[in-house]
Design a protein around this ligand. Sequence first.
Ligand code: ATP
Length: 335
Amino acid sequence: MSRSAVSLRGVSRHFGSVKALDAVDLEIAEGEFFAMLGPSGSGKTTCLRLIAGFEQPSAGHIEIFGERVEGVPPYRRNVNTVFQDYALFPHMNVAENVAYSLMLKRVPKAERARTAEAALEMVKLGGYGARRPGQLSGGQRQRVALARAIVNNPRVLLLDEPLGALDLKLRESMQEELKSLQKRLGITFIFVTHDQGEALSMADRVAVFSEGRIRQVGTPETIYRAPNSPFVADFVGSSNVLPPELVETFTGERRWASLRPEAIRVDGGEIGGGERLSGTVVARSYLGPVTRLAIEAAGLRLHAALPSTSALPAEGETVTIMFDRDALHLMESDA
Ligand code: ATP
């Protein structure tokens, strides 16, 4: 791994009896696009705010590029934050918004204007400087917030649900733009999201949070294919989670296992072999390219994602579920 940009060593943040963050260790490398993923209240934002310097740890310490940052205020940390609501000043035009921090640093006016315009061009908003935030679309406002955050060349950019306010279509196009912007700038991006699709599609690595702890850190592929616990399996990609008693009948090992919906085949025409379970289709949802079946089998509700083009069983039909033993991923943890 290349040089460490941010590291957390045993960092906790308690609010009274609430352990918002509980003894977290984390290394984020320079130039990484790193996602913090987890359900509401799992501690992601607290973690981001600690790195930014808006909160102080109750225990442990944080290093940014090898330097401990306790007591260092946010504006001296070489990190910038983009908030979900963008926090643009409505009474200033776009260029003034972007140049705001340069003004505070008393950068001369002409240089300010030049630097702000360059940042706006970077986010494909060259020529928009004279507009007010109120005259922009949601996606454009989001990009102004980004331009404002990159204008003074931070080495680390922290993004708290940066695309949360955008509609699905715009969010998808902004995901691609953010990713290419990050690669172009070479800045370390750390972003918070509760959307697993967003984390998997954008990040180089993902940390999955639950109840103030990090449950797993890895590449999107590792997190998706090899979740270490029923929690991660369930939260990322809505895997089927099979209990130890059932897994033992297939593998001889009494362990929890995950089984991806797309690894399940249903009924007819398949080559023999593989593991089988008999069940009943209880729901069928058409999702475009795939159709999702909910099947009750072995006392569980399992989900299968099948190509919509294949002949699919109807609700109420009895089916045989098949999967390869290799598709069962045994997990370390039982929760
Ligand atoms: P969300 O996705 O909803 O923003 P999150 O994963 O970012 O959630 P945090 O905002 O970090 O979660 O909150 C973690 C826990 O800490 C929650 O139980 C929250 O209520 C609590 N918490 C956060 N900030 C404070 C505070 N200032 N005072 C008291 N409790 C807090």
